[in-house]
Design a protein around this ligand. Structure first.
Ligand code: SF4
Ligand code: SF4
Length: 81
């Protein structure tokens, strides 16, 4: 009997909206993501996650590192057998 092995990896990108709203002109995460997972138009109060692109995340963490208010979190979620 051994430990359950991780069989699937899901990636979840979240934005703390109240923290992001405190930086109304910021687009650091949008500009740093190499695969267009984050978006923010000038008219948008906060940045948003483009859900259909999340599977393309390369887990580089640039979005969270570059955010001036630590509003972006990237989580790796494993499903075990
Ligand atoms: S970890 Fe990298 S690839 Fe993933 S959302 Fe952030 S910047 Fe984009
Ligand atoms: S880097 Fe942070 S504050 Fe700037 S748009 Fe992205 S989530 Fe908002």
């Amino acid at each position: 009997m051994g430990y359950a092995q991780p069989v699937a990896l899901f990636i979840e990108v979240n934005i703390d909206e109240s923290a992001c709203a405190s930086q109304p002109t910021c687009r650091e995460c949008v500009q740093s993501c190499p695969v267009d997972i984050l978006a923010r138009e000038p008219s948008e109060r906060v940045a948003r996650v483009v859900e259909e692109n999340v599977d393309e995340c390369i887990l580089c963490d640039l979005c969270s590192v570059r955010c001036p208010v630590e509003a972006v979190t990237v989580q790796k979620l494993y499903m075990t057998s």
